[in-house]
Design a protein around this ligand. Structure first.
Ligand SMILES: NC(=O)c1ccc[n+]([C@@H]2O[C@H](COP(=O)([O-])OP(=O)(O)OC[C@H]3O[C@@H](n4cnc5c(N)ncnc54)[C@H](OP(=O)(O)O)[C@@H]3O)[C@@H](O)[C@H]2O)c1
Length: 284
């Protein structure tokens, strides 16, 4: 498994995203609690050393499951979390971006994960909940940098961010990763990914399999069948080959899917398959 450096942390490029462990829409209790705990344990036993989470999944429930399944955490396991939102009683995602709210969120994550320091905290920007939008983030990053100086955070990342916001943030603190929506059929960040690669910053696509609307494409299905792989494995392998700074965090609540996703780390796509998959975007 190839790796990437997140600051001083060495991360296997195939990780795991924990959002799907909470109930529907990342809200409430999981539909199968024992399976959720088993997925987490098997992921780490299989070599995953990068788990993506947030205290606003559940809320609190996903982090509590991670703690129950995996604490005390093995050396080398990196848990990446994010701050910047809270959940409404109706499962809505509400901005919580003031310095006081960010500090409270860091403490929520520390408490529910059972940690003294968070490895990586992504600032989840909410100028537009649905996608990156310009806006001044000096106050946000200054607040996180203050928490970093107090020893509560090791590294800072950005989520739902633009290139300009990354540039602004880097004037205040080191930025180790960007987590935006990206997959085979949603490729708004193509140029941004390459720019970040040049800066040594990891790009962590969320919804790598399409998220709440799983990827569907006849080209993807055909290429996968020719490679004797599933469409989801093929979509993950395409991302791994897309750029060296891409780290994967596919989400699943099932050990069967977890095994398939981890196996995609070994799937090598021939050049011709990559070319066909590159064209999926123009055919959907
Ligand atoms: N920063 C942000 O704003 C943000 C937003 C969304 C997500 N995220 C992070 O990104 C991670 C990944 O996103 P995601 O989990 O929402 O979306 P995803 O990884 O694109 O897709 C997850 C969906 O695909 C299904 N699935 C997974 N593996 C499969 C397989 N091998 N075959 C068939 N179906 C499969 C899952 O269902 P099953 O459970 O049935 O496998 C689930 O419905 C999350 O866990 C979260 O940590 C971040």
């Amino acid at each position: 498994m190839s790796t990437f450096q997140l600051g001083d942390l060495t991360i296997n490029r195939m990780g795991y995203g924990a959002m799907q462990l909470a109930g529907a829409h990342a809200f409430g209790q999981p539909k199968n609690r024992e399976e959720a705990l088993a997925v987490l344990r098997e992921a780490v036993e299989s070599g995953v050393n990068h788990i993506d989470t947030s205290d606003f999944y559940g809320p609190h429930i996903t982090n509590q499951l991670i703690r129950e399944a995996l604490h005390p955490y093995r050396d080398g396991l990196t848990i990446v979390t994010k701050v910047g939102a809270v959940r409404g009683a109706d499962a809505s995602w509400l901005p919580a971006q003031s310095p006081e709210e960010l500090e409270a969120a860091v403490h929520d994550n520390l408490r529910n994960l059972g940690l003294d320091v968070l490895d990586v905290v992504n600032m989840r920007l909410m100028f537009d909940v649905m996608g990156p939008a310009e806006g001044d983030i000096e106050a946000h990053i200054t607040a996180l940098a203050g928490l970093q100086q107090r020893g509560l955070i090791r590294h800072i990342g950005l989520s739902n961010a633009t290139a300009r916001q990354v540039q602004q943030a880097r004037g205040i603190a080191d930025i180790v990763c960007v987590q935006n929506q990206y997959n085979l059929v949603y490729r708004q960040d193509d140029a941004f990914i390459d720019q970040l690669a040049g800066q040594g910053i990891a790009y962590v696509p969320f919804f790598p399999l399409g998220g709440f609307s799983p990827l569907q494409s006849s080209i993807l299905a055909e290429v996968a069948a020719e490679l004797d792989a599933t469409p989801m494995q093929t979509a993950l392998a395409w991302l791994l080959q897309r750029a060296p700074n891409i780290l994967l965090i596919p989400g699943t609540s099932s050990r069967v899917h977890l095994r398939q996703n981890l196996a995609a780390g070994k799937l090598v796509l021939p050049e011709q398959a990559v070319r066909r998959l590159n064209n999926v975007i123009t055919s959907v």
